[in-house]
Design a protein around this ligand. Structure first.
Ligand code: KG4
Ligand code: ZN
Length: 501
């Protein structure tokens, strides 16, 4: 997409502004005369969005010198550019301008039947203060009067609460725009330990018990109450259906009780979106997501509109492989940290374990897919043979060799995806990112291939509510419509569905 610039409006754009005015407002459109008059008046400020030399949007503000109040007179964005944050950009510009002009209150009117616009305005701090009955004629639609107060020039970014419950972590996060305010996680991991893996029913029950205290703690950490929240975001897939249902049920209840809009978002895309909390998320990027529940390789060109699944595990997830191999080596749960520890004194070259789906015959159909169940079986067989022979084998060597096989295949495929798609950027996410060898090998291979490697802080890599809140805030800031309350959970939700409407 070509660059879109925001500039002060001038006479030279008036024809194009009028064309857009008619396209957006039809018979409610202003006349060219009033547009020109307002645009050129001393007490107004008008801006246009330009793509090359074409006007794609405009907005105008009026501020009379004798008052501290300003009015948004008009705002329009070309239909094909909607939902990408340009309406927000225009409004932010108007708010900044109003502030420079000394306004402390800013008003606007919006159709009562336009919740998308209302939500955008609300996310910028506008409140519905009055209604003008049957203001828009001839359709008899009411106008909402909305007002924002400008305090010390600070523009309001949306405060979003995120709820995550797709696996064994109950996560509640709160963000303001791209800033993290709270990230509280309650894990039921200990309750799964004696089973060597996550038991869905136990996870669901644990979410039910943990949700309320986790929410209270998150609000406490952020020093906010539910009234301060602008929107609620919740994971509706992929994940364990029963576990997801608990989070979604809670989010819907909160939304209904508080009247706040709700956004159903994709867990996997949340792992990518979390990077906005640590600075700019640079796109396009390849993302490797590895946890106890998923192992996926994504191509992300646009966080909200263009995410593609390049490949995923065809059997066990990488974390699951760590957990299962730890169990057969007599190590503790979760297996990842235990194997990492055991492997630290071992020789990664002691045993050459198989690398799943890396043979030439796999390259066509499974180029970017993973398989770990054969590796797990190979380790089991190796240990069995050694035990049957009465060999005194080194657990450290087995752990190191297994870990090497996993790290090797994950990083090799991720780097290949970067090279083959010409995208020199790799983002890691998921609990397995804690793995020392995976980090080391990823860093080594990225340097060797000129790839920029991004690894968010670990408590943002493991499942958490902040990543869901962050993705929700991106949707709010882009002016996307909230989900309707009848969305369900989808345990196999595709990465292409970033937001379920
Ligand atoms: O993202 P996460 O917290 O959520 C779930 O999928 O539940 O990931 C947990 C997974 C577990 O399978 C755990 O064994 C694995 O991440 N893990 C690790 C390490 N730390 C945690 N795997 C390898 N090495 C580690 N150091
Ligand atoms: Zn996850």
């Amino acid at each position: 997409m070509t660059e879109i610039k925001l500039l002060p409006a001038g006479e030279q754009y008036i024809d194009q502004m009028m064309a857009l005015e008619h396209e957006c407002f039809g018979r409610d459109a202003w006349t060219e005369e009033s547009m020109r008059f307002e645009m050129l008046a001393d007490h107004t400020r008008y801006f246009v969005l330009l793509e090359e030399e074409t006007v794609r949007g405009y907005a105008g503000l009026s501020k009379l010198p004798s008052t501290n109040q300003a009015d948004v007179q008009t705002i329009a964005v070309a239909p094909n550019l909607r939902g990408r944050g340009f309406g927000r950009k225009l409004l932010e510009k108007l708010l900044t301008e109003a502030n420079h002009l000394g306004a402390t209150e800013i008003f606007l009117e919006v159709r009562a039947d336009n919740p998308v616009a209302q939500n955008l305005y609300a996310s910028l701090g506008f409140e519905h203060i009055d209604t003008r009955k049957r203001y828009y004629q001839p359709d008899d639609v009411d106008a909402w009067i909305m007002r924002a107060r400008l305090s010390e020039g600070s523009l309001r970014e949306p405060i979003v609460l995120g709820i995550e419950s797709s696996c064994d972590e109950t996560g509640i996060g709160i963000v303001r725009g791209n800033t993290l305010l709270a990230n509280v996680i309650s894990s039921s991991m200990d309750q799964h330990a004696r089973f060597g893996g996550v038991v869905p029913e136990i996870a669901a029950r644990a979410h039910l018990e943990a949700l309320q205290p986790t929410l209270i703690q998150a609000l406490h950490d952020a020093k906010l109450s539910m009234q301060d929240i602008d929107a609620i975001a919740v994971t509706n897939g992929p994940g364990l259906a029963g576990a997801l249902m608990v989070g979604v049920g809670a989010a819907k209840a909160l939304s209904v009780a508080s009247g706040k809009p709700i956004y159903a978002v994709n867990h996997l895309v949340g792992h990518v979106g979390v990077d906005v909390l640590e600075g700019e998320l640079e796109l396009p990027t390849i993302a490797l997501l590895v946890s106890g529940g998923h192992t996926s390789l994504l191509l992300v060109k646009d966080l909200l509109d263009d995410v593609t699944l390049l490949g995923e595990t065809i059997d066990d997830a990488a974390g699951e492989a760590f957990d299962k191999v730890a169990r057969l080596l007599g190590l503790s749960y979760p297996g990842g940290p235990a194997i990492d520890k055991a492997a630290s004194g071992g020789d990664p070259k002691a045993i050459r374990f198989p690398r799943g789906l890396t043979l030439p015959k796999d390259m066509e159909k499974h180029r970017y897919d993973f398989s770990f169940s054969g590796l797990k079986t190979a380790v089991a067989r190796w240990v069995e043979v050694a035990e049957n022979n009465g060999d005194d084998f080194s657990v450290a060597d087995v752990a190191a060799s297994f870990r090497e096989a996993v790290a090797d295949v994950l990083t090799a495929k991720a780097v290949a995806a970067c090279n083959e798609h010409g995208i020199k950027r790799l983002l890691l996410g998921g609990g397995v990112v804690a793995n020392a060898r995976l980090r080391e090998l990823a860093a080594e291979r990225c340097v060797a291939n000129g790839i920029e490697l991004r690894i968010p802080e670990l408590n943002l890599c493991t499942d958490n509510g902040a990543m869901i809140a962050a993705l929700g805030a991106q949707l709010v800031m882009a002016g996307r419509a909230p989900s309707s309350l009848d969305f369900g959970v989808d345990s196999t939700l595709s990465v292409e569905t970033v937001h379920t409407k």
